[in-house]
Design a protein around this ligand. Structure first.
Ligand code: ZN
Length: 231
């Protein structure tokens, strides 16, 4: 679809369809309408926006530092993703299998053991393959176990994707163990909490075992990009 057409459709949706639905259902605002399904008070979103606006200074400082390191006069959106150092270290899948359980040690022994079993449970489609879809996900199946799809390519990004999806899978396992079927699926509002927590724990672990400043810089750039991206 042409970009202009898509933009017009989006504009139409935002201006007409959403407010119409809101009015038809008797909501005061479109925000109320959007949040009702998950029973989230609008103050949560308003607070989130206010906190974000108040907390942008470290991110600005980071980009001022990048501008200086890259040695550019003007700094554009596309400069924000340029790597700061040369780095082509590979992270073979077999190698990271021991790192992931170790990284979640702060969550306690039962969690660590469960994650280990999941990792070695033969439920993960690891590598790229002919006709396989791209990306990565964890698919919950109540009463069985989650299935995971990856397109692992030995990069640092791929390792963090694995850590992220393991967070979703562990969430599924714990939710299925403790909730009846009707309450077992979780909402989008909480879904990214365990996945990003596992990524944060994995970052700590990787920073502690990093071999040189080059790897540390790449890890921190990945972490900062990820915070902004997740937001
Ligand atoms: Zn996720």
């Amino acid at each position: 679809m042409a970009a202009a057409t898509a933009a017009r459709l989006q504009e139409h949706y935002r201006k007409n369809v959403v407010p119409d639905l809101m009015k038809a259902r008797g909501y005061k605002t479109t925000l109320d309408a959007a949040l009702h399904g998950n029973n989230i008070p609008p103050a949560v979103v308003e607070n989130l926006i206010a906190s974000t606006k108040a907390g942008t200074e470290p991110l600005r400082r980071y980009h001022r530092l990048r501008k200086r390191v890259l040695g550019v006069d003007t700094y554009h959106q596309y400069d924000a993703t340029v790597p700061l150092v040369e780095f082509d270290r590979k992270y073979p899948y077999e190698e990271v299998l021991d790192w992931l359980p170790a990284s979640v040690t702060p969550l306690g022994e039962p969690y660590r053991t469960e994650l280990r079993d999941l990792l070695f449970g033969d439920w993960i489609d690891v590598y790229e393959n002919r006709g396989k879809r791209s990306g990565a996900y964890s698919a919950p199946v109540y009463g069985v176990h989650p299935y995971m799809l990856l397109n692992y390519n030995d990069t640092l990004d791929a390792v963090f994707t694995l850590a992220h999806e393991m967070g979703h899978s562990m969430h599924t396992i714990l939710s299925n163990d403790h909730q009846p079927f009707v309450y077992s699926s979780y909402t989008i509002f909480v879904a990214e909490v365990p996945s990003t927590l596992n990524e944060a724990l994995f970052l700590d672990y990787m920073l502690a075992r990093a071999e040189d400043d080059r790897e540390r810089i790449v890890l921190l750039q990945h972490a900062i990009d990820n915070i902004a991206g997740t937001f």
